[in-house]
Design a protein around this ligand. Structure first.
Ligand code: ADP
Length: 403
């Protein structure tokens, strides 16, 4: 029997899962449950032999779905000679309590519960996933991997807001940052790709997907990031505004009578590329609308690129300069036009785009996209699930050896 690791990413109405071989880092299969919590819940598994729908959902909550998934995988696991020996969970918010991945037990789960007010939509779904997996696999170690953990190394000068101190002390109002698993992975992978020690590089990593965030690294750790108390702060995203004047919601409220919840929802779901372009939150669609002459789409691309470059420049203060700039995420890995635009705007740092290398670094291809100079820009595909699988295996194995 060989060990495999189950990776779980539970959202409020979806469960993404994957199985990894911890010895080879290979993803053996993946799957997705959608509309969890409704009678229309469905589960699809991408087996190596092909895609299969799992029917007979015995219960539509996370526990029911997970039981069905595990039951559905049982035959395949036995056939392949595999046994699940660890479960890795993506957990969105670890507050100030977690600066690295942990084994989930009663004490650490109590701390995850305490972080619910910081991520009221996400942490409860993550907790439901842990509870369901613990019930289904009671003897298997469960490991939590937090989106916020990597940024816990930020110094107070980067994470405090200039607001009344009691908001920090009593409510936990500070900058936390997200996408930490991705920033951690691509920073290590980029250093390895360049054959240079991560600890010696002043680096900025740009995770540009539906959500977008940047991290500044110095001596191998995150010293600042663009997202804050919530994922709304920072650069322009698919549907999120990124930074705005904090006076804006009050102004809109006064003028329209909309309440704060509505305005916050608009800033999260109706802003960003979608809000500016009126076309879509999807970079590909906005790009093609701009190419067919839509001026709003063109402006939204320009704002996205301009603010991104401006933010990268500002984070050089945190990194103490800039040696390496890394692009990742669906946009970062594929949008050569945007990368070229950003590098042009950062030319005063000594960045010069290598257009042909840049146009080749798409579709999951890693590579340097700048000409030789003081700053190296590169594309590095991210793999958050792999990090979760590796951490789960490492901590589960360490626990086994303690026994
Ligand atoms: P998520 O953050 O949900 O994981 P992804 O990292 O997959 O999302 O990123 C999704 C974004 O990547 C979308 O805006 C999509 O348009 C963009 N994207 C994917 N492929 C391309 C491409 N070839 N060119 C430009 N943008 C792309």
């Amino acid at each position: 029997m060989s060990s495999v690791v189950l990776v779980l990413n539970c959202g409020s109405s979806s469960v993404k899962f994957a199985l990894y071989d911890p010895l080879t880092d290979r993803r053996l299969l993946s799957g997705l449950a959608e509309r969890v919590g409704t009678p229309q819940a469905s589960v699809t598994v991408n087996f190596p032999e092909g895609r299969r729908e799992l029917g007979d959902l015995d219960g539509t909550d996370h526990t029911g779905v997970l039981n069905r998934v595990l039951h559905g995988l049982q035959g395949w696991l036995a056939e392949q000679g595999h046994r699940i020996t660890a479960v890795g969970h993506r957990v969105v918010h670890g507050g100030e309590k977690f600066s690295s991945s942990v084994l989930l037990d009663e004490a650490t789960m109590a701390a995850v519960h305490e972080c619910v007010p910081l991520a009221p939509l996400h942490n409860p779904a993550n907790i439901a996933g842990v509870e369901a997996a613990t019930e289904a696999l009671p003897d298997i170690p469960q490991v939590g991997v937090f989106d916020t953990a990597f940024h816990q190394s930020m110094p107070p000068v980067a994470y405090r807001y200039a607001v009344p101190s009691e908001w920090y002390a009593e409510l936990g109002v500070r900058r936390y940052g997200f996408h930490g698993t991705s920033h951690r992975y691509v920073s290590e992978a980029a250093a390895e790709h360049l054959g240079r020690p991560l600890g010696e590089l002043r680096m900025i990593t740009a995770h540009l997907g539906n959500g977008c965030s940047l991290a500044a690294l110095r001596e191998g750790v995150s010293v600042d990031t663009s997202m804050g108390l919530t994922p709304l702060e920072g650069v322009v995203m698919g549907t999120r505004s990124g930074d705005i004047d904090p006076g804006l919601p009050g102004y809109v409220q006064d003028r329209t009578g909309a309440d704060l919840a509505q305005i916050t929802n608009d800033l999260n779901k109706r802003s960003g590329l979608l809000g500016l372009s009126g076309v879509s939150n999807d970079m590909r669609e906005v790009t093609s609308a701009a190419a067919s002459g839509n001026p709003d789409a063109t402006l939204s691309l320009q704002v996205f690129e301009y603010r991104l470059a401006k933010y990268i420049a500002s984070l050089t203060v945190a990194a103490g300069g800039l040696d390496v700039l890394v692009f990742t995420g669906g946009i970062g890995q594929n949008d050569a036009r945007l990368r070229s635009g950003v590098l042009h705007r950062l030319a005063h740092f000594g960045l010069q785009v290598d257009e042909s290398a840049n146009s080749r670094a798409v579709g999951g291809q890693a590579g340097v996209i700048s000409r030789p100079g003081p700053v190296t820009a590169l594309v590095m595909p991210t793999d958050e699930e792999l990090v979760i699988a590796r951490d789960a295996h490492r901590l589960a194995t360490a626990e086994g050896s303690d026994r």
